[in-house]
Design a protein around this ligand. Structure first.
Ligand SMILES: Nc1ncnc2c1ncn2[C@@H]1O[C@H](COP(=O)(O)OP(=O)(O)OP(=O)(O)O)[C@@H](O)[C@H]1O
Ligand SMILES: [Mg+2]
Length: 251
């Protein structure tokens, strides 16, 4: 479990508080959607949890250990983080995904590492791109590659910041289906920042709403209500059920 304890964060000293004493438990075996409007602090929260940013107050524990005191290699085996925007470089796709194995490699990648990478790339339909370069991919193709790298890390916790923002509808569903399947079968903890409420409702089972730098609510499907959506996004919706799925329909 990742325990977020009274986390407060601001960019620079004296700046506005982006997160105000935020506490929550992110449990393994769950797919947790982080929701809230632009600028609410979703990416900042993910960066604090993955040690990219250091909060001024509070702490983050992963399986009981303070992440800010953990050796880098140990943290990398525990958590994989995919940022909202990924850098493109002149790296071959296969090598980029193989980089996910870095925490496990002592000198050189073993056959087992290459096998894991091939399997994940096959699952994400990326094998035809193996010999292409990152800086020659479309936005959606790149997004799939960075997810593949995170999965190659075989983390206990997968932190994804808007992983479907550049994907076409089929790929959005495919990616989230694969992530959910890994969450269910391997009992890892998945935290996804996402704006599409319908995708969140379909693939996630916990919903963490941020509003005005604070935790607005955190709970199961019962928390996805028109009242919450109105309070958090300032938008009127109807929440209906269709074929067993909740659908959020703007009015
Ligand atoms: N490096 C930075 N320096 C100063 N302020 C920042 C920095 N990064 C983000 N902010 C500010 O912090 C607030 C929260 O930003 P954050 O990126 O966490 O929002 P978000 O919820 O992820 O939004 P979005 O949905 O647009 O991605 C915003 O007001 C933003 O302008
Ligand atoms: Mg963001």
């Amino acid at each position: 479990m990742i325990e977020v304890k009274a986390l407060s964060f601001s960019y620079g000293s004296g700046g506005p508080k982006i997160l105000k004493s935020l506490s929550c438990d992110l449990e393994q075996g769950h797919c947790i959607a982080v929701l809230g409007n632009n600028g609410a602090g979703k990416s900042t929260l993910l960066k604090c949890i993955s040690r990219i940013s250091h909060p001024q107050e509070g702490e983050v524990l992963a399986d009981g250990g303070n992440i800010y005191a953990m050796p880098r290699r140990e943290l990398a085996k525990k958590m994989a983080y995919v940022p909202q925007q990924s850098l493109r470089s002149h790296t071959m796709v296969f090598d980029a995904v193989l980089l996910g194995r870095k925490p496990y490699i002592r000198w050189d990648a073993a056959a087992g590492d290459r096998e894991i990478v091939t399997e994940i790339m096959e699952k994400l339909e990326l094998l035809p791109y193996a010999a292409r370069y990152l800086n020659e991919l479309s936005g959606g193709e790149l997004q799939k590659v960075v997810l593949a790298r995170a999965l190659a890390q075989q983390p206990g916790y997968l932190l994804l910041d808007e992983p479907t923002s550049s994907l076409d509808p089929r790929n959005q569903h495919e990616m989230l289906r694969i992530v959910k399947e890994i969450c269910d079968t391997q009992k890892i903890g998945v935290v996804i920042v996402i704006h599409d409420l319908n995708l969140a409702a379909r693939y996630c089972d916990r919903f963490l709403f941020l509003k005005d730098s604070e935790l607005y609510s955190y709970g199961g499907m019962e928390t996805m209500t028109p009242e919450t959506i109105r309070d958090v996004y300032g938008m009127e919706t109807e929440v209906i059920e269709h074929r067993g799925y909740k659908l959020i329909v703007p009015l």
